[in-house]
Ligand binder design. Structure first.
Ligand code: C2E
Ligand code: CA
Ligand code: CA
Length: 425
């Protein structure tokens, strides 16, 4: 085992763990924290300014960190990560850490402004636990703020531990979930507001796992978007919707358009539009019966790819719904740039609406849609009052618990069979 890291002269990871363990053993009454630091954007920095500049920055930062806590033991934990064991920190010490600045000299010599150092802390470590476990916890803590702008420090706690544990379980199970048909499509009816008849439905995924139970998408979709699995799941869901539609058609049930959600990550698939067309054609589903819900946030992230695919799909007769309109990402120019047919108003517009005020954003959104010749759907309608308000504002369709929660395939089939249909979408 190497005792010292060649570049920084600090302890190697293994040597750090050994010396930290000794420190804890020799001071059984004292409280200690493990602090793990991680650079954000270090890779970009390295590729832009060269590894020599990168090494120099690491060296300087290592020097600073090891001098900082005067009673600290410091090591290099991995490529651009450092670890230290320090006497238990109070709030003031934590706040100092959060405001850690890169070496002054580095700022003079290199354009390091885009680099940020973030810290994860495992506080008051358990003396009976191996140091490596406390390091892992500090590492999980720093990972949890890695992508949060403006937050540079996180302290490990049980909630974070549980959240990470849940993520691990989800990641372990996601592939087999697909193989074992654990993802189910639920259908939430969309109602024509004037005739109160069904005019469509949104397909919403549910994960039913034999031991983890019933899971709503809020639990797993953000993680799938992070690890890229979302696209495999979405392809599965789109095909399942086509299979259900063709089954209902074969039973002679009159169909309404069903919309599916497209994640912003799905647009990374270079042949996304071809894939969608292929799936829908395979089941001989009329393109106009397959609506695509695209969020504005995805447009902001990936405008070029989205425009390309949306144009192809629109041209091929698919109906495009702009989802979550008004949720905070709204840029009105999206409406001009994107080939959309339907504006789907975010639930927050309805919840925050002030019907008695003459400055209603909801009213504005409805008028805007009319001017742009877009049909409107309001989601999250829960009460009769909301329904009446939307009627008065000229909204075309509503979706929400007032009429129906998302239904299983069989429940939705009954709904379709027993209700009159509207062709407003
Ligand atoms: P979303 O696309 O905005 O879907 C609407 C959400 O509002 C659904 O939550 C729905 O169950 C819920 N909702 C419906 N009516 C009401 C109501 O009256 N009041 C309230 N408070 N909520 C209502 P759900 O099913 O939990 O889905 C959450 C999000 O997960 C969806 O938001 C969508 O972004 C995503 N999602 C769901 N299924 C899929 C999928 O198959 N693929 C992808 N990529 N995303 C999906
Ligand atoms: Ca949606
Ligand atoms: Ca929505």
């Amino acid at each position: 085992m190497d005792e010292y890291d060649k570049l920084t002269g600090l302890y190697t990871r293994e040597a750090f763990c050994y010396h930290a363990e000794q420190r804890v053993k020799n001071n059984p009454e004292q409280k200690f924290d493990i602090v793990l630091s991680d650079f954000i954007n270090f890779k970009h920095f390295n590729s832009r300014y060269g590894t020599e500049a990168g090494d120099w920055l690491l060296l300087k930062t290592g020097e600073m960190l090891s001098m900082d806590g005067n009673d600290a033991i410091c090591g290099r934990y991995g490529a651009d990560r450092f670890v230290s064991i320090v006497p238990h920190m109070d709030e003031a010490a934590l706040s100092n850490l959060e405001n850690f600045q890169l070496p002054e000299q580095a700022k003079d010599e290199l354009p390091v402004f885009s680099i940020v150092v973030k810290f994860g802390v495992c506080a008051d470590i358990d003396h009976n636990m191996p140091i490596s476990v406390s390091c892992d916890r500090a590492y999980m803590a720093v990972q949890s703020v890695k992508h949060q702008y403006g937050r540079n420090l996180a302290v490990y706690d049980d909630d974070l531990g549980k959240a990470i544990h849940q993520e691990l379980i989800i990641e372990e199970n996601m592939k087999s979930a697909l193989e074992n048909n654990q993802f189910h499509v639920y259908y939430q009816p969309k109602m024509d507001i004037s005739s109160e008849t069904i005019c469509g439905a949104e397909a919403l995924v549910r994960w039913i796992h034999p031991t983890l139970g019933f899971m709503n998408p809020g639990i797993f979709i953000p993680l799938f978007e992070k690890n890229g699995f979302i696209t495999s799941m979405d392809l599965f869901i789109w095909e399942q919707v086509c299979r259900d539609l063709s089954e209902w058609r074969d039973k002679g049930i009159a169909l309404v358009p069903v919309s599916v959600n497209i994640s912003r990550k799905d647009f990374n698939l270079h042949d996304l539009s071809d894939r969608i067309i292929h799936i829908v054609d395979w089941y001989h589903i009329d393109h106009s019966l397959f609506h695509l819900e695209v969020t504005e946030s995805s447009y902001a992230e990936n405008a070029e790819d989205i425009m390309k695919h949306i144009n192809i799909l629109h041209e091929a007769g698919f109906v495009i719904e702009l989802d979550d309109f008004g949720s905070g990402y709204t840029s009105l120019s999206t409406l001009n740039d994107m080939n959309i047919d339907i504006l789907k108003l975010d639930i927050s517009l309805l919840q925050k609406d002030k019907p008695d005020s003459d400055r209603s954003v909801l009213n504005f959104a409805m008028q805007l849609a009319r001017m742009m010749k877009l049909r409107t759907i309001q989601e999250g309608v829960e009460t009769k009052e909301q329904l009446e308000r939307l009627k008065a504002l000229g909204c075309d369709c509503i979706q929400g618990y007032y009429y129906s929660k998302p239904l299983t395939k069989n429940q939705f089939e009954d709904f379709l069979t027993n209700r009159q249909l509207s062709s407003v979408l």
